[in-house]
Design a protein around this ligand. Structure first.
Ligand code: SF4
Length: 346
C-alpha cells in the first residue's frame, strides 16, 4: 500500500498498493518435534488472518521439517538467520521464499554477497532486519534512529550493487519513539517495502499498547507494508492484535466485530470467560458481522439491537438476539454452540 517497490513472497505481494500484511513468528524449535503440530498451528493462524510466518533456522537439524513446511505452502514462510551464512544458504535450498538477515552479524561482506546471490537465483526475498540492540559501532555519533537508517541503507546499497532489489527493511526498537523516528526517516529515503514492529515489547498489555501507538501512527502516515505485534505470549494473540490494529484503522475490512461489556457488579453471567472461549473462533469467521456479548439485562438488550448477533447472559440462561430480535433462549452451557449455529446461518 505504501512503498514504491513491490516484492513477491511466494505469491503474496508486499508493498505498493497491496494491503498491509500480518505476520508472526513461530515460538518454538523446528527440529525434533512432530512437524504435523507445526502445520496444524499454521493452519489455525492462517484461518485467523495471518499471512506470513517466520521461523528461526538455527542449524542443519531444522532442514527436514523446514523443507516440509515450505513444501506444504500453507502460507509463505520466512527463515530467520543469525550469524551463520550457511544456514541462510541452506534455508533457501529448503525452499524459503523469504529470509531475514542482519548483514552486520553474518560476518565478512562476501558471506552476505553469497546469500544475496543465492536468493536472487531462487527468486527469494530478503528482509534486512535491524534491531536497536544489534547495531554496528556508532563512530559518527548518530542518534540510534539515524544509525539504524544509515546502516540499513548501506546494506541495501550492497544488495543493489549485486543486482538484487527484492528487499524489505525492518527497523525495530523496544522504545516506540525510536521505532517511530527510525521508520519515518527510512521511509523518506527508501523505496523498499517496510516491515513494522516494536521489538521486545513486553507482555500482552504493554506490547499491544506500545505497538498500537507506534504502528498506528506510522500506518496513518503511510509508512509500513507488513506488521508484527511482538508479544511475550501466544502467537495467536500476536495475530489477533495485528489484525485489530488494521481493522481499527480501516486498513482491513470484514470479519467479526466484537462488542462486549466490561462487566460490573450487575453481571450474573461470566462474559469474560465466554469471550475468551469464543474470541479466537470468531477470528476465523470470514463474515462481515458484529457480535455483542453482554452480561446483564441493563445494556444487554440495547446493545443486542445494534448488533447482528448478540448473546446476553442472565443467570443460567443466555438470550440470543438476531438482528435485534430475540431469537432463542438456551442454557448457558449451550450458548457457545448456539451462537456459532446462528453465525453459520448468516
Ligand atoms: S451490560 Fe450489565 S454487566 Fe455489563 S457493564 Fe453493563 S450493566 Fe454491567
Amino acid at each position: 500500500m505504501f512503498s514504491q517497490k513491490v516484492v513477491d513472497v511466494d505469491g503474496l505481494l508486499i508493498g505498493g498498493e497491496n494491503p498491509v500484511r500480518v505476520q508472526t513468528m513461530y515460538d518454538s524449535v523446528m527440529s525434533g518435534v512432530d512437524v504435523e503440530n507445526i502445520l496444524h498451528k499454521m493452519r489455525v493462524l492462517k484461518s485467523m488472518g495471518c499471512e506470513l510466518i517466520r521461523f528461526s533456522y538455527v542449524s542443519s537439524n531444522d532442514r527436514e521439517n523446514f523443507t516440509r513446511i515450505c513444501k506444504e505452502n500453507i502460507m509463505p514462510v520466512v527463515a530467520d538467520i543469525h550469524f551463520d551464512y550457511k544456514m541462510a544458504l541452506e534455508a533457501l535450498e529448503c525452499g524459503a521464499p523469504k529470509i531475514r538477515i542482519n548483514p552486520g552479524n553474518i560476518g565478512a561482506k562476501w558471506k552476505t554477497e553469497e546469500v544475496v546471490k543465492a536468493a536472487k537465483d531462487k527468486g527469494a526475498v530478503i528482509r534486512i532486519g535491524l534491531n536497536s540492540g544489534s547495531l554496528p559501532k556508532n563512530e559518527r555519533g548518530l542518534t540510534k534512529a539515524d544509525l539504524m537508517v544509515e546502516t540499513a541503507l548501506e546494506y541495501a546499497s550492497w544488495f543493489s550493487s549485486w543486482g538484487f532489489e527484492d528487499t524489505v527493511i525492518s527497523l525495530k526498537a523496544s522504545d516506540p519513539d525510536i521505532t517511530l523516528a527510525a521508520n519515518r526517516k527510512l521511509k523518506a529515503r527508501c523505496p523498499y517495502p517496510i516491515h513494522l514492529g516494536v521489538t521486545e515489547a513486553g507482555g500482552t498489555v504493554t506490547s499491544c499498547v506500545r505497538s498500537a501507538w507506534a504502528l498506528g501512527n506510522l500506518l496513518k502516515e503511510g509508512i509500513g507494508d507488513t506488521i508484527r505485534v511482538s508479544i511475550t505470549g501466544s502467537i495467536e494473540t500476536e495475530v489477533q492484535a495485528a489484525i485489530e490494529i488494521l481493522r481499527t484503522m480501516g486498513l482491513r475490512k470484514g470479519g467479526v466485530r466484537v462488542v462486549s461489556c466490561p462487566r460490573c457488579g450487575r453481571h450474573s453471567f461470566d462474559s469474560q470467560g465466554f469471550l475468551e472461549r469464543v474470541e479466537k473462533r470468531l477470528l476465523a469467521v470470514n463474515k462481515n458481522i458484529s457480535v455483542a456479548i453482554m452480561g446483564c439485562q441493563v445494556n444487554g438488550p440495547g446493545e443486542a439491537k445494534g448488533a447482528d448477533l448478540a448473546v446476553t447472559g442472565i443467570g443460567r440462561k443466555a438470550f440470543l438476539y438476531v438482528r435485534g430480535e430475540l431469537g432463542r433462549e438456551v442454557d448457558i452451557e449451550s450458548a457457545e454452540e448456539a451462537l456459532f449455529e446462528e453465525i453459520d446461518k448468516f
